[in-house]
Design a protein. Structure first.
Length: 366
């Protein structure tokens, strides 16, 4: 380091005599670069890197002929700084404090190449691993500003915005991501969840209706729209969207599952109507004529038949979903529970027993 210091001092003396000496500035940058990467203390190392960038920048500004030379030196410095970040990140697997060290190296790599998004994205990930999520916000923002196009970057930053009460920014970012990555199920789902969490159900419905109208053969838009319609208890409209999603993709497991669930919810809604009418009849029977009682009982029976029919409609998509889940080696407990309920409601008791174990009911006596 004494040799570096002596060289730097000599160059600074030359620059005091002529501050426009581009060769001295370029050489000073190279000496600072070498000193920085032989310095173990991170704070001192980072300070030297900043001095290096300043010297190189001044040199090429004075003499554009040095652009290529400076660019090469900066490229090497960026590579080496980035590698220091990677090494520290790897050490973080055994020592969490190293993740912060990595974040600082990545940030400094970004200082060397300000237009590169990779350094800032890695800085953000390092802070997330260091359990300092709030410190990841700015580097994620910088990464996106510099052209990062990874859906996960949008998702992570949006999640942080939502976590730290920046709901409007989080939703706006997810909307942007949803437009850029219409086939990304995770992005679409997170936007849907954000709308719901913020109580913007009408906006969510409007957005998905617009999306479906624009791209009627987009199975994901159909699926999300149908799922949201189910949650708002517009079951007939939900079924129409989910049926279309399954027609567009005969292996769309979640669409079949949600279609079955929409039918079950529709049937439960009818069951609620049956219960209300039945309770009213029980309470008022003494005040009703025989014809009035018969009329009410007939209305109840119509609804009971309707309930049974709708539960029956749930079975085919649920059986398909069960088969697809099992073929993929995924947990089918939820769909089996729905199937069990539907089989019982249409009095298919043998079939109900056949899914008891899958539904988790075999040891409960249900």
């Amino acid at each position: 380091n004494q040799d570096y210091d002596r060289a730097i001092k000599n160059l600074e003396t030359a620059l005091e005599k002529d501050s426009t000496n581009s060769e001295a500035l370029e050489l000073k940058g190279r000496v600072l670069q070498q000193k920085a990467f032989s310095t173990m203390d991170q704070a001192e190392h980072i300070d030297l890197i900043h001095q290096m960038v300043e010297a190189f920048t001044a040199a090429k500004n004075i003499d554009p002929l040095l652009n290529e030379t400076v660019a090469m030196s900066m490229a090497y410095a960026h590579r080496d700084e980035f590698n220091l970040g990677i090494q520290a990140f790897n050490r973080g697997q055994n020592n969490d404090s190293e993740f912060v060290v990595a974040a600082r190296y990545f940030h400094t790599a970004g200082d060397i190449y300000p237009d590169s998004s990779d350094a800032y994205a890695n800085e953000a990930v390092a802070y997330m691993n260091a359990n300092q999520p709030e410190d990841a916000i700015v580097p994620y923002e910088m990464a996106l500003e510099r052209g990062d196009s990874a859906p996960t970057t949008y998702q992570q930053l949006a999640s942080l915005y939502l976590t730290y009460d920046r709901q409007e920014e989080g939703i706006a970012l997810l909307e942007d991501a949803a437009n850029q990555f219409p086939e990304n199920a995770d992005v679409q789902t997170e936007l849907l969840n954000a709308y719901q969490a913020s109580g913007q159900i009408d906006k969510a419905l409007e957005s998905y209706k617009t999306a479906v109208d624009r791209e009627p053969d987009n199975k994901l838009f159909r699926f999300n729209y149908g799922t949201l319609l189910t949650e708002t208890e517009n079951y007939e409209a939900a079924v129409a969207q989910l049926v279309k999603a399954t027609e567009l993709d005969s292996l769309y497991t979640n669409a079949f599952y949600n279609l079955g669930a929409a039918y079950i919810n529709m049937a439960v809604d009818v069951n609620d109507q049956v219960r209300v009418l039945d309770e009213a009849l029980s309470a008022e029977r003494g005040d009703l004529s025989r014809d009035q009682i018969s009329e009410r009982e007939a209305a109840i029976n119509v609804l009971v038949d309707k309930r049974r029919a709708i539960f029956g409609l749930a079975i085919a998509p649920l059986e398909t979903a069960k088969s697809l889940f099992e073929s993929a080696g995924e947990d089918a407990t939820g769909v089996c529970m729905a199937l069990y309920q539907s089989y019982v409601q249409i009095n298919e008791l043998d079939k109900a027993r056949s899914v008891e174990e899958c539904a988790g009911y075999s040891d409960t006596g249900e």
